[in-house]
Ligand binder design. Structure first.
Ligand code: ADP
Ligand code: MG
Length: 391
């Protein structure tokens, strides 16, 4: 059963929505006798695997000595999450993965995992203004400081407070300095004031829920870097779709509507996706009609041209739609582009290889020939296979 990823900025309300979705699915499964014995539900998160926020901190200066490097710690965390998903994902298990899921390539990897076990996949993005998400982190930092102060009243500053204008020092007094030195240091002081006032991040005052026990992201640069590194989902790509969006302000009723959609589209009804043409599914026609080699060249050239045209629109990893025959046919073929841009030389290489395979030659048993529609279908299948190996 499906793998549902939750994604969003750090401290944007992902776990809140993930647990609401978990409760919704629990209830929904229990209320339907046809599903209650069939489905098992799992919620996997950084918290359930005891992954600390510090694994995401890229600054080696903040990495504890026993960790190889800041980046390695995140890789280990991802391996743990991946392993946990892989262990349970099956046609009977619904898995909600509540972690940042902020890297496009990582989401792709999980999408492939779902595809491997032939189970549906969906992505839920939790939308939240950056200033509010930052406010949540600030509130958690304040709470942690208060807790530390109450347990160790005499400890010194944790180093976690926001640099304030006061920390930049007082303005130099003109009488203390030589006029030129004064001017210079006054400029420096103004510059410093300016930098600190513009770089001091803006955050909203946020009320943490009374049950909130999560640790903050510290140092603050860890949180800021994650926001900076966040790779927005692109619903045009197959590994970011179907994409469901929830925002902080969505009411329980609104959220429920989205959960209903997830149930319908991802859990029970497998989305009716067009079955992709594959090389092996295409049969050869005995009677091609017209000059076969000419048709082979013409149709494959046409497909290359259309892919290049549409790629600009749908972007990397998008789906290009083509008519099964060049002349306004209703049937549609889909080419799923790889995660990086494909250029003309690469497409021409594939085209030539395909033409080579299909023109019939020495050593090939009596190849039949393909009519234009079958040819196009076959070339699209060939490209899909080639692109799939590429991402
Ligand atoms: P994340 O998992 O993204 O770090 P959480 O779900 O843990 O974020 O939420 C962080 C804090 O914000 C929690 O204290 C939670 O109660 C609060 N919060 C999250 N979403 C909402 C919301 N939609 N409305 C009100 N408070 C929320
Ligand atoms: Mg969380």
């Amino acid at each position: 059963m499906p793998l549902i990823l939750i994604t969003g900025l750090p401290t944007s309300g992902k776990s809140t929505r993930a647990s609401q979705l978990y409760d919704y699915l629990t209830e929904r499964i229990a209320s339907d006798p046809s599903t209650s014995s069939k489905f098992r539900l799992h919620l996997i998160s950084d918290q359930t695997l005891s992954i600390s926020r510090s694994v995401y901190d890229l600054d080696p200066a903040h990495t504890p000595a026993h960790v190889r490097s800041a980046n390695a710690s995140e890789k280990d965390a991802r391996a743990a999450l991946y392993g946990a998903v892989k262990r349970v994902l099956s046609p009977r298990d619904i898995v909600i993965l509540d972690t940042l899921n902020y890297i496009k390539g990582w989401r792709y990897q999980l999408y492939c995992e779902a595809k491997n076990v032939q189970t549906p996949f969906g992505l839920v993005q939790v939308g939240c203004p950056v200033t509010r998400a930052r406010g949540v982190n600030e509130a958690r930092i304040r709470r942690q400081e208060q807790q530390q102060q109450s347990t160790q009243p005499s400890t010194t500053d944790t180093g976690a407070t926001i640099p304030t204008a006061a920390a930049a020092g007082a303005a130099p007094k003109s009488g203390d300095l030589h006029p030129e030195t004064y001017q210079q240091s006054h400029q420096n002081w103004q510059q410093k004031q300016f930098e600190e006032s513009t770089t001091e991040p803006d955050s909203e005052e946020v009320q943490l829920s009374p049950t909130d026990v999560q640790e903050p992201y510290l140092p603050r640069s860890n949180w800021e870097n994650l926001v900076f590194r966040y790779e927005e989902p692109n619903p045009m790509t197959r590994w970011d779709s179907p994409l469901f969006i929830l925002t902080w302000n969505d009411t329980p009723e609104e959220a429920r509507k989205v959960f209903d959609q997830i149930w319908d589209e991802v859990v029970v009804n497998k989305p009716q996706k067009l079955i992709r043409a594959n090389k092996s599914t295409v049969q050869r026609d005995k009677d091609p009609g017209g000059d076969y080699l000419y048709v082979l060249e013409k149709e494959t050239q046409d497909i290359v041209k259309r892919i290049l045209e549409q790629q600009a629109e749908v972007g990397e990893g998008g789906t290009v739609r083509l008519g099964r025959s060049g002349n306004g046919d209703q049937e549609v073929l889909e080419v799923e582009l790889p995660g990086k841009k494909v250029g003309l030389p690469q497409l021409q290489r594939y085209r030539r290889a395909f033409v080579g395979l299909n023109r019939g030659g020495i050593g090939l048993e009596a190849v039949g020939t393909l009519a234009a529609g079958r040819l196009r279908e076959s070339f699209v299948g060939y490209l899909n296979d080639a692109f799939e190996k590429e991402m």
